[in-house]
Every structure is written in C-alpha cells, then in structure tokens.
Design a protein around this ligand. Sequence first.
Ligand code: CA
Length: 517
Amino acid sequence: MTKAPSSKPLHIRMHANDNVAIIANDGGLPAGAVFADGLALVEAIPQGHKVALSAIAEGAPIVRYNVAIGYAVRDIPAGAWVSEALTRMPEARELLNLPIATIKPPAAPPLEGYTFEGYRNADGSVGTRNILAITTTVQCVAGVVDHAVARIKAELLPKFPNVDDVVGLEHSYGCGVAIDAPNAIVPIRTLRNISQNPNFGGQVMMVSLGCEKLQPARLFPKGSIPILRDAEPSHVCLQDQEHVGFMSMIASIMQTAERHLSELNKRQRETCPAAELVVGVQCGGSDAFSGVTANPAVGFASDLLVRAGATVMFSEVTEVRDAIDQLTARAVNAEVAEAMVREMAWYDNYLTQGGVDRSANTTPGNKKGGLSNIVEKAMGSIVKSGSSPISGVLAPGEKLSTKGLIYAATPASDFICGTLQIAAGMNLHIFTTGRGTPYGLAPVPVIKVATRNDLAKRWHDLMDLNAGRIATGEATIEEMGWELFHLMLDVASGKKTWAEHWKLHNALVLFNPAPVT
Ligand code: CA
C-alpha cells in the first residue's frame, strides 16, 4: 500500500456466521494494521477485498453473506488476504428440490400519501418523461433516422415546449437474422414493447426500409398495441415509390413527427400516487461494496415502493443464479417459483450452448474491486430486491401486467438489461456502481448510486447519490433508502439526473438469442 489509510482500520462483516469481512478504508490497509477487535493484518489488503477473520483450513468454506462463496485452496491464517487465487468456486445450485414459497414475511403496512407529478396515459400507465420515440424495423434506416432526429430537435422541438426529447429507437436487429427461429420472439417482442413504454405517451411512429425481414406487420401485428386500439402506428417506408431522393424521406419523417409532437405537447404533468412508479433496478461496474452499501439501500427503497403499491423489477440472471434457493423461497406461490426456475434453466442452457457457465459474468474490474467470483457478486446483487415477496416473473422482452416485486429475467449486460426493462414498462431506472460507469438511457431517467465515498467524490457530477456513507457510518441503510425513495419521486416528477444533464445515453441493445444469417 502506497496510500495512507483514510481513518482507523475498519472491516465490514455481513453476517455473524461469516469468516471473512471486507476492508472498508479508502486506499486499503497495510500489513500490521490492527482492528478494534484486535485482529491484525498479516499482509496489506486493498479496499473492498476480504480479510480472514479466523484461520480457514484447506477445503473449508469461505463464508460471506452467510453463504459459502468458495472453499479455501490451502490453509489461510487469520488476518490474511482471502484473494480470488485462494478461493475455489462452488458448483451452481441444482435447480431441484428448491424451497418453494417457504418464506412468508409479515404483511408490511401500506405506505400512503407519497406522490409524484407524472404524465397519465390513455391506457392508465404513467410516464415520467414526455418523449417522441421513433421505432425502427431495421438498422439500415439508422443513418436516415439520426439525420431526421437532429433536424426535428433543431427545427420542430422548440415549437412544442411540453415535449422533453426525440429519440430514435435504433438497433442492430431486423435483417440478416433467422427471423423464424423460436428465440427470435425475444428481440421482436422487445422492440414492440419498447415502443409502448409509458414515457412515449402512446404515440407510436415507425420508420422501415421496405425489404427487411422484420416487416412492419410482423413487428406490429393487428391489435398488438392496445393503446392504439385497432389503429395502425404511423409509418414511413424509405423504399416507397413516393420518395425521390434523401430529402423526400427526411421531409416525410419530419411531417409525421410533427403530428405526434403536437399530440405529445398536450400532455400535462398531474399528481399521481407513488403506486404508478415502475422502477427497474440494476447494478454495473460492481465492487465488494455494492452488496454492502448501495444495493442494500436500493433494497430498502424497493420495499418502500412495494409498500406504496408500486412495481419494482430486478433482473440479471447470472447475478441471481447462485441465490435461486433464496428467491424461490420468497416467491408468493409455486407458480412464480416455477417461472423463476424456468428462466434460470433457460439461461443455463443458453450459456452451455455457448460453451461457458455463469462464471463468465465477472469482469476484471469486479475482481479488482474485491469480488472473487460470481457467487459473491450474486449475494451482493440480489440485495437490491429487498425483502418483499416476489409476485411475478417476466421472460426477456415481456411487458409487465402485475404490480409488486417482479423478477424480469435479463442478461446482466447493462445495456441489454436496461433495454429489456424499458420493454417491460419501466418509467424510472436505479443503477448502482462501485467501479464507476457513466451509464444512461435516453427513454428513461437513470438515478446512479455510488457504493463508495471515493467514487462519489471523484465523479461528483455523474453520481446522483452516495451510498458510500453507509460504509463509514455517516448514514444508515434505512436513511439512504429513504433518501433514494424521495429522490425517485423528485426525478419521476422531472428533476434531471446527471446523465440527463450531460445527455449521456447508451445505445439500446436488443437481446437476440437466435442465430444471425
Ligand atoms: Ca448489469
């Protein structure tokens, strides 16, 4: 360690049964550092990495979150650094003989009286932003749509002050793909459902090329957009005979956009109960603090949302896979537990076909941040779901139809998870990060929560909330959870996040488990 410790030596243990704890101090701790309980470090340990609280014999479990996150490959003395190299990862829990709906938490009292200012839609859903989205059937049209969007923003948007933004829903799907493959349903329904996100106000317009595999009638079969009843979405096809030259295409897109902008401009914010929030939670660039500070605060806020009658989605299959027994136990009934197992089995198979398993998840940054393997990462990740019963499960790309705490099965990839949660109907996104990522989404505001003070300080104009204060004892999990809950209501009402302030938007990325051709 070259850097002096920031304060007196501090470690964080998650459960009384744990035989490891993580180093809390910014900059880590040097050999010889002594904790209040008398434990002395036998070697330097970086921040977020694990110290053995007692001697761990070769082959014995390394326990964090009261779960064996691995087994010692050799004897480890008390006060030593329990690094990834000393940890053998356990096999994934079999999807058999799982506890089903065994945990029945006492019904939490409803949380009443919390509201936000949102845009109520004709179908009853509520938007937190007022955005014109232009759906595309194929990547071929992306350049034209980009050009049109730039002109719409410059020339039309100023005439419609109630509209926040114009977004081209661009993606790499639509042609050159095995569109009749069974799994093609995933990208197609994702795109269909994204166009109906509550932030788009039911104004569905589409730009197609003409010759692509994903024909408009396949993307939007009759009756597939309930909010339009039987009407067709408006549609500009670039290969139409009427278009002579590029400017004719742009003019056609701009005319169509102007009609929708004038409809969106009529929307007004009105007071809505917190029950109308549909919050997607996710983590990315995780470290060992994710499961100690930010994710528990999100979990507390998630319980508040469920008590307020809102919807919370948690996702990321590889980051819950090792906790499947905890999740099936929290399912409200056997049907929900079975749906969860079905999604895990589907993903196990998907990974196997690719010649990998769940351990393909962790990144070099995760490991540098102290997360030894996917088991440890998963235990910290599921904390975001709080303690409410799990009342529903969505397959990738499906749209929500119930409230409460929902497991929306998605890959853990930040962009793919965010894209699938937009399709599910999310109107607010919570994103926790320890390593730091400038992540943002154009269709939905993203509140970013830092896991550590050091990150929150360095990225002071990128992080919306600092949960690192939990690690230093400046705030409790409950206090941070309430702060996040209030911030969610403010952002849902129009307060800009840092990602919105700087206009930081990642691409939509469709999950396509089917072959390309
Ligand atoms: Ca993620």
